[in-house]
Write a protein that binds this ligand. Structure first.
Ligand SMILES: [Zn+2]
Length: 291
């Protein structure tokens, strides 16, 4: 069945119908567990779980059914048959459209929880009308959910890919380079700067790959591919503990399938394998960007 989500800000007047409820206990989503199957509850409201929300937002409709998100207190007991998991764990364990809506829900809940007071005059803000924002009742300052753009880039040199182990990773994971965009920078400038800062090389032929909302807590990852131009790897030891060129046949431990990092690496590995084994025309990129 195709699932079609339509984002919307205006909730229906009454909650008279069952709806999809994306309810969080801090960062964990409450789902029902039926044997091994996990699913988002389709219920009349948070009270159907015997719980009381501390915040609640309308999200839109999924195949005509309303969707809401809410947060319940951290110490809320879960009713029989319900469990709660982080969104990384739930990837591939609940249906993809539900996971995508849960990512959006998580971002909105986190914003609502952390952005409560006007940053101009310190008054507690109200919800704005007709837009997903908050408005200060004193000075009319508007605050939108913060979205922090970050570039993520796969760099290729002689059929090998640049992967680095970043110090903030707690595991032995190697990934493509990523970094936040600074004020005044284009995405391409951010990519060049980040690569030069972290591994000391120059890149060329930067091409858009695709993007992914990453609400941990509020990023938007914008993926690119590029080719090596010049320089030798010199790591920024404050941020990177190791970096090198890897053959797609012999990759180290890489990120899980939820991430665009993994999608970039998988795309590259498939592309190289295909080039090696066949002479068929170039496969379309997974994201089919503007080519
Ligand atoms: Zn204000």
């Amino acid at each position: 069945m195709d699932l079609n989500f339509v984002s919307s800000i205006d909730p229906p007047r009454e909650k008279s119908q069952p709806a999809w409820w994306f309810v969080f206990k801090v960062h964990a989503l409450i789902v029902s567990e039926d044997g091994k199957a996990l699913s988002v509850p389709f219920i009349q409201g948070v009270s159907a779980l015997g719980l009381k929300p501390i915040r609640e937002w309308y999200l839109g409709t999924l195949n005509g059914h309303h969707c809401y998100c809410a947060e319940v207190p951290e110490n809320s007991p879960l009713p029989e048959g319900m469990v709660s998991y982080g969104l990384r764990y739930l990837y591939g364990r609940i249906e993809e459209p539900f996971h995508k809506i849960a990512m959006k829900a998580s971002h909105i809940i986190e914003w609502d929880r952390t952005d409560r007071y006007c940053s101009r005059c310190r008054m507690e803000m109200n919800r704005a009308k007709a837009i997903r924002a908050k408005e200060c009742p004193n000075c009319s300052f508007l605050s939108f959910p913060r979205i922090s753009p970050a570039i993520i880039i796969l760099i290729e040199r002689d059929n090998r890919v640049l992967l680095a182990r970043v110090k903030r990773f707690t595991t032995e994971l190697y990934s493509v380079l990523a970094g936040f965009v600074e004020p005044g920078e284009s995405l391409e400038e951010a990519a060049k700067r980040e690569v030069e800062e972290e591994v000391g090389i120059r890149i060329k032929n930067i091409r858009y790959f695709g993007s992914q909302p990453w609400p941990f807590p509020d990023s938007l990852m914008i993926g690119f591919t590029a080719e090596y131009e010049s320089g030798e790897i010199t790591i920024d030891e404050a941020e990177v503990s190791d970096a090198g060129w890897f053959d797609p046949d012999n990759l180290p431990t890489i990120p899980g399938k939820i991430s665009i990092a993994r999608q970039l690496i998988d795309w590259f590995a498939e592309e190289k394998l295909r080039e090696k084994n066949t002479a068929v025309p170039k496969k379309e990129r997974k994201y089919a960007p503007h080519e």
